[in-house]
Ligand binder design. Structure first.
Ligand SMILES: C[S@@+](CC[C@H](N)C(=O)[O-])C[C@H]1O[C@@H](n2cnc3c(N)ncnc32)[C@H](O)[C@@H]1O
Length: 302
């Protein structure tokens, strides 16, 4: 279609501009090496861990964020843990995930004690999965246990909001330790945790704040097909709502960066006023080099 050709052309132009940009080279670079403490903490398919080496140089360093750091689609929080901002507002619509962070923030040792105490057969897994009541630390330990022992670390809920991923085995359960949970807890010490829709969180931001966003990709992208982290459906209407909220944030003087699908419908929402950088596969020595098209882009308003 001619419209799509035009879009592809515009996009190619923007991408090449981006790669040649002196701005990027002169930008204050993120010098903090990705911290390893959180790596083994949560399994989060589609998390940004694998592309930190590419992303961090394109984001402000903690000292360069005058206000608060916002992450409204927190998930496994790979960027938050690596960037270690001074003041953070972290949110996700997944209540069990936020309860896990809240439990760790308050008392990671109690979470560890519960986690250790859970038995280890397939039948036990289903019994623990069926029971989601109890004090916050117990709920946090249950979520962590399910995450570490479910099939492929998937996050999927049924229509009643119940976690429904099948058993995966005990093989990855003990990759975490009491110390790794304490590290997560200390990272969260000064963070505010919210269980809100993204629009509410973006609307809280003001001049001087920085928002990092990693929304679910447009349905049809790999993660959605695989049911990796389905928490409700992220429709195109949500993509439009997101773009409206971000354009308003830009007008308030908020800086933001978002990883998202390079689907033309999504890109069209940002083409006019934002910079779009294609994300290359892998994050190793070939920083910033496009190896092949992974279908993901980084969109920034700076
Ligand atoms: C791609 S994941 C984030 C992954 C994360 N960046 C990481 O490194 O692990 C997207 C997250 O958005 C959350 N989410 C989906 N719809 C949402 C909504 N309307 N508001 C807030 N969060 C939402 C999901 O629960 C999921 O945790």
């Amino acid at each position: 279609m001619p419209g799509n050709n035009l879009l592809t052309h515009q996009l190619t132009l923007q991408l090449s501009l981006c790669y040649n940009s002196e701005k990027l080279k002169n930008k204050k670079m993120q010098t903090v090496a990705p911290k390893s403490t959180h790596v083994k903490f949560l399994r989060y398919p589609g998390g940004k861990q694998r592309m930190l080496a590419f992303l961090l140089p394109l984001l402000p360093v903690a000292d360069d964020i005058k206000g608060a750091y916002f992450e409204p689609f927190l998930g496994g929080g790979a960027v938050f843990f690596a960037l270690t901002p001074h003041k953070a507002i972290l949110s996700d619509r997944n209540k069990e995930l936020i309860n896990l962070y809240a439990g760790l923030k308050i008392n990671s040792d109690a979470v560890w004690d519960y986690f250790q105490s859970f038995p280890d057969t397939k039948e036990d897994y289903y019994a623990i999965r069926a029971e989601d009541d109890g004090p916050l630390e117990l709920k946090a330990a249950r979520t962590l246990y399910l995450n570490r022992t479910c099939f492929k670390g998937m996050w999927r809920y049924n229509s009643k909001g119940k976690f429904n991923v099948g058993y995966g085995g005990q093989g990855r359960r003990w990759a975490i330790s009491e110390k790794s949970l304490r590290d997560v807890s200390s990272h969260l010490k000064d963070a505010t945790l919210l269980n809100k829709d993204f629009e509410h969180v973006i609307n809280m931001s003001n001049e001087g704040d920085f928002i990092f966003l990693d929304p679910p990709y447009k349905p049809g992208a790999k993660e959605m097909d695989d049911g990796h982290y389905q928490y409700g459906c992220f429709s195109f209407k949500d993509q439009q709502r997101l773009s409206d909220a971000l354009h308003s944030a830009s007008e308030r003087g908020v800086r933001w960066a978002m990883t998202t699908s390079s689907h033309p419908d999504v890109l069209r929402l940002y083409l006019e006023s934002c910079k779009i950088t294609q994300i290359p596969h892998g994050t190793g020595s070939r920083l910033g080099i496009i190896d092949e098209n992974p279908g993901e882009v980084l969109i920034t308003n700076y």
